[in-house]
Unconditional design. Structure first.
Length: 311
């Protein structure tokens, strides 16, 4: 059918019939309208045109900067008391009375209980008493368990790390501890023991660290999240974590270089407070894309609009 004859027939058809018989035409018209609406954007984003061309794509970016960043191991450990002892009867006799009740905090040398015909029971060091195991009036023999005493001023943190870290481990390295009971609080410790051999079953290395518990918030027996600091990179290259793009091959970022959008693969380190340590793939002061839109694609003409805010 010729176009002239086709156009003559359109007014004779009711609107529903036109829509029914000429779907292709209406789809084509819709496509033209959409393309015309975005024509300016496509013209700008893909850099068409010579003299008088539209401005280049303005992209929100941040500059790569230097900042101190640690390199850490993350794992799970268990807290135990560094000083804990089961106090036993030093002689046979009858328990006369408890001088100090269960759960009390006592200083070294404090009288805890009297045993008739037996020696006094005193605290061997500062700490908290557990529940008394015996009762007043009970007759005990030499060596009978009486009560536990636990000092919680300093706790022992025990955990394991993969053998691949063997060359990086060292005594006196710092440890940061957090527990579920206080998710927003950090406790500091120091590595004091590194096992001299690898566990053949798990291929891990046993480590023990002392953790300061001056606030008495940590309890023996708690599980803890552990961050052992292997090294501190004082001049690490960092960008906002929001700049990272996850691909099938790992992480990548987009940068503006030589007036073009470029994609770069990066190797990342630690992520802390919204920042990420970039170990490879960027240079100091590179303009990294912060806000990615559908128009920010590889090779697009663009101008970096560096964000001057703090991050």
């Amino acid at each position: 059918m010729k176009l002239k004859n086709f156009l003559k027939q359109i007014p004779k058809l009711p609107l529903p019939a036109r829509l029914r018989h000429h779907k292709v035409l209406w789809l084509a018209l819709a496509g033209i309208l959409i393309l015309s609406f975005f024509a300016k954007d496509f013209y700008q984003y893909f850099g068409f045109g010579g003299a008088g061309a539209l401005p280049l794509l303005q992209v929100q970016t941040v500059r790569v900067k230097e900042a101190p960043m640690p390199e850490v191991i993350n794992t799970i450990g268990t807290l135990t008391a560094e000083k804990e002892l089961k106090i036993k009867a030093g002689g046979a006799g009858r328990i006369q009375k408890f001088v100090v009740p269960s759960g009390s905090y006592v200083k070294e040398g404090t009288l805890l209980a009297n045993i008739i015909a037996g020696p006094e029971v005193r605290a061997p060091f500062d700490g908290y008493l557990s529940d008394w195991i015996v009762k007043p009036g009970e007759i005990v023999a030499v060596g009978t368990d009486l009560v536990d005493i636990v000092n919680t001023d300093t706790l022992l943190l025990t955990y394991k790390v993969p053998e691949s870290y063997a060359s990086r481990l060292d005594l006196a390295q710092g440890v940061e501890v957090s527990v579920k009971a206080f998710p927003d609080k950090k406790f500091q410790g120091t590595v004091e023991f590194i096992a001299p051999s690898v566990d053949r079953r798990t291929y891990t290395i046993l480590i023990k660290a002392k953790v300061n518990n001056a606030t008495q918030d940590l309890w023996p027996g708690m599980s803890a999240h552990v961050r052992q600091i292997l090294a501190m990179h004082e001049h690490a290259l960092v960008i906002p974590e929001a700049c990272l793009l996850l691909s099938m091959e790992g992480y990548e970022i987009m940068v503006i270089a030589d007036g073009k959008v470029q994609t770069r693969k990066v190797q990342i380190g630690e992520k802390i407070n919204g920042r990420v340590h970039i170990k490879s793939g960027v240079n100091l002061n590179d303009s990294v894309v912060l806000t990615k839109t559908f128009a920010v694609i590889e090779g697009a003409n663009a101008v970096a609009n560096d964000w001057t805010g703090d991050w």
